[in-house]
Write a new protein. Structure first.
Length: 227
């Protein structure tokens, strides 16, 4: 009886102890969106606007994680955004716009001007689907993570571990809606392409993808760093 009681006490003690192996695992994917203060990313941007005239412009954009503050007990990161015509021009001392983002609730939510979008969720895995519009008034917009941990090349620069977030891939005789972002481990977003195109559906041009109006925006990472 004494031996049985001793065994039960040992078993209870073992079950009560929290081993290192039983601890909650770290959330995977957070390394695809670094939050170090002062870190920056510079992109080559090409923007094509289709209307009565087609305007094809190129410039550079720099994003800097400037500072943090608390709002409603939530840590908020300030994201300063700067623009310049090309790499020979200096950056302005003041940002052209200020965005912000949070990392609470196991997701990256970016406040882009007046609307918030959920850009990443954790843990991050292939086939993970989430609604990017849960923090705004727009209709549900499911996005999908693919190629998590796979390599990707931008401007002939090889990134060994990336994640492709497919936001939309729709195309028919009337319009095209293509939105895609790629994030690299320990760097952040390295590529983005958005296409919103409306096609001419007259008898003469239907099915020929002749654009009536819309836009194409492409961003390619050219430099990055942190303090």
């Amino acid at each position: 009886m004494i031996r049985i009681t001793f065994f039960i006490l040992v078993l209870i003690a073992c079950l009560s102890c929290k081993r290192d192996d039983d601890s909650v695992p770290a959330l995977t994917g957070i390394e695809y969106f670094p939050t170090d203060s002062g870190s920056y990313r510079i992109y080559d941007v090409r923007f094509i606007q289709y209307d009565n005239d087609t305007i094809d412009s190129t410039y550079q954009m720099r994003e800097v994680i400037h500072d943090t503050f608390y709002f409603n007990n939530t840590l908020v990161y300030e994201l300063y955004r700067y623009y310049r015509a090309n790499e020979t021009q200096p950056w302005q001392s003041q940002p052209d716009s200020v965005w912000s983002f949070t990392t609470d609730h196991n997701q990256i939510t970016i406040q882009e001007i007046s609307n918030s979008f959920v850009r990443l969720v954790f843990p991050l895995s292939n086939g993970e689907v989430w609604d990017a519009n849960t923090k705004n008034v727009f209709l549900r917009d499911d996005v999908t993570a693919t190629n998590v941990g796979k390599p990707y090349t931008v401007n002939n620069v090889y990134f060994p571990e990336t994640c492709n977030v497919i936001e939309e891939q729709s195309k028919n005789l009337v319009y095209k809606d293509y939105r895609n972002r790629v994030y690299a481990k320990n760097i952040g977003m390295i590529y983005k392409r958005y296409e919103f195109l409306s096609y001419n559906t007259s008898d003469e041009f239907i099915g020929q993808d002749k654009v009536d109006f819309g836009s194409i925006r492409e961003e390619k990472l050219v430099a990055y760093g942190k303090p």
